[in-house]
Design a protein around this ligand. Structure first.
Ligand code: C2E
Ligand code: MG
Ligand code: MG
Length: 540
């Protein structure tokens, strides 16, 4: 590390740098930085260094890579960073020169991600803290951090294999790098998360602009052994507005990314102070749920499934709600299910759902309804739980039901994440006689071949496709393809989220078997459901 004045003359140099080039301090101080002995080997290098230092003198954060001679005579690449430093009057007074030995640096595995060779979170924090120092000193110095989280990367990893997952991450790293100029830092901060430091930007709009570019660049398919993989990502943006610490900045970026995820796939969100409160509400949600579990504040609601030909109610789906003391009945978004899983209460609650659902079917029969079965959603956690099957059987028996009455819904993504073990559990369930439905079908990457090996009974077309029926040719094509494929494989098809008669008519025409949605009824509590069914059966 060395300090230069605004003429590029060396003022100070530290011991590490001196030993690296095996020189004495006195011989160097006072000379132009680009003329100190190790660099004078070539006029070209001198000129390069001089021009980079001049940029820094003009106030830019400047970098370059230069080959220099080490203490032992070996040539080695140094990565130089020149940082302008202002005095109290805000004028640039010094340039801080830092050299990093690239080779040595790469051997610092603790600072680099081995797969993508990008800086890791640790090294990123170092850069970030330094940039924040500069920004603290100079109010015209703007910084932004972008946190990029790939959507459903786990699903891709699970379905296409880890080798392809690794390859994809490397390619993604390269594409991200291609969106940046050299003064910006790109790092991989963990599994499917990348972070970018936009250093010394003129305008915060550069950050949102970059986010749009990234969404577009990653959205172009990655081609690999016959797959065209499209990556969607959610981006959180935070501007440096005087945050005290780098860690705080990253937390804020995370909160913004979380917001982007909630808004839907492939978007970005800019951090706002109120999002800090949302982080708090995430924690609050966990506490509320734990309390609700203790006080048994969960409720099941039921939504009918209609046979599109006979128009009869053939089945119903049990959906969980949480009775919040102030906010009333709360539907399970990802946050809710995630919080249930994170706190572990999904296991007892899941059991409660199964048991309550069995009792409700029994109650429907007692009320004279002719409903064949009830379906229950299972989360990944429950699915992994060893006692699952045993528990289900006791619940069925205590309500005097047979396994054929119970339909278990698992999401396509769960199947992909769990792969082989999931297939085994499914086989066991099927052998006993339970029905198995793949929920949210079409949103994952299940291939035809994969599907053939799944012992499922039905597919549920994700409501995002149903929404586009009639208006979107793509959604129409996908829906038709799913129905044909399912039938060819001997699976029944359920459409969820049916809201209009047009959608219903289209689905019936396409020989879809069952429909569920607000067109018929919203999910209802137990008594209301039974009343609704009685009414409906008089005029289906
Ligand atoms: P899902 O299983 O795909 O459930 C369908 C969701 O679509 C339900 O949301 C339902 O209320 C909603 N829906 C029904 N008809 C329509 C319609 O016509 N239009 C629209 N836009 N939406 C409709 P809900 O109840 O909020 O549940 C959300 C998700 O939470 C469920 O998605 C399911 O994955 C999960 N979930 C619900 N209950 C449980 C449970 O007991 N255990 C587990 N593990 N997950 C559950
Ligand atoms: Mg479902
Ligand atoms: Mg669904």
């Amino acid at each position: 590390m060395a300090l230069l004045n605004t003429n590029g003359i060396l003022q100070e140099i530290n011991q590490t740098a001196l030993s690296f080039i095996d020189a004495k301090r006195e011989t160097l101080v006072g000379s132009f930085f680009w003329e100190i002995p190790w660099a004078t080997r070539s006029k070209k290098i001198q000129a390069q260094l001089k021009s980079v230092v001049s940029k820094a003198i003009e106030g830019e954060l400047a970098r370059c890579e230069v080959e220099v001679q080490r203490y032992d005579g070996q040539l080695t690449m140094l990565n130089f960073l020149f940082t302008p430093i202002s005095n109290a009057q805000g004028e640039i007074a010094w340039i801080l020169a830092e050299g990093r030995d690239l080779e040595q640096q790469l051997s610092y595995l603790s600072l680099y991600d081995q797969l993508t060779e990008l800086p890791n979170r640790h090294l990123f924090m170092e850069y970030l803290e330094k940039a924040m120092e500069r920004a603290k000193e100079n109010e015209n110095y703007h910084l932004a951090v972008l946190l990029i989280d790939l959507d459903r990367f786990r699903v891709i990893n699970g379905s296409l294999g880890h080798d392809i997952g690794d390859w994809l991450l490397m390619e993604i790293g390269k594409r991200l790098q291609s969106c940046l100029d050299e003064k910006n830092i790109l790092a991989r901060s963990g599994g499917d998360e990348f972070i970018i430091l936009l250093d010394d930007i003129a305008d915060f709009a550069e950050a949102t602009h970059l986010a749009e570019t990234i969404n577009e660049v990653l959205g172009r398919p990655f081609s690999m052994i016959g797959y065209d993989i499209v990556i969607l990502c959610s981006i959180g943006i935070v501007y440096y507005i005087g945050q005290e610490e780098g860690a705080q900045l990253l937390r804020d970026a995370d909160a913004a990314m979380y917001r982007a995820k909630q808004k839907g796939k492939s978007g970005y969100a800019v951090f706002h102070r109120r999002m800090r409160r949302e982080l708090v509400s995430r924690l609050q949600m966990e506490t509320d749920l734990l309390q609700a579990a203790e006080q048994q504040n969960f409720v099941l609601v039921y939504q009918p499934q209609i046979d599109l030909i006979s128009k009869q109610v053939v089945a119903m789906e049990a959906l969980i709600r949480f009775r919040h003391p102030q906010k009333g009945l709360i539907s399970p978004d990802d946050l809710f299910i995630q919080a249930l899983e994170d706190t572990g209460i999904i296991i007892p609650i899941g059991e409660w759902v199964l048991q309550t659902a069995c009792r409700h079917l029994r109650a429907c029969w007692n009320a004279g309804l002719l409903i064949k079965r009830i379906s229950v959603n299972l989360s990944a956690h429950q699915f992994r739980h060893k006692n699952l099957i045993k528990k289900i059987i006791t619940f069925l028996e205590s309500s005097n039901l047979v396994p054929q009455c119970l339909e278990l819904e698992i999401t396509e993504s769960l199947l992909l994440e769990e792969a082989e073990s999931a297939i085994n559990t499914l086989r066991n369930l099927k052998e006993i006689g339970f029905r198995v439905t793949i929920d949210d079908f079409g949103t994952g990457y299940v291939s035809l071949n994969y599907l053939r090996r799944f012992p499922a009974d039905a597919l549920k077309i994700d409501n995002s496709f149903i929404k586009g029926l009639i208006s979107s040719p793509e959604d129409i094509a996908i829906t038709m393809a799913i129905i044909d494929m399912a039938h060819a494989l001997g699976l029944a098809v359920i459409a969820e989220g049916v809201e209009t008669t047009e959608q219903m008519a289209f689905l019936r025409e396409q020989t879809c078997d069952f429909a569920q949605g607000y067109l018929y009824a919203t999910p209802m509590e137990d008594r209301a459901f039974i009343e609704w069914c009685k009414q409906y059966s008089q005029n289906p």
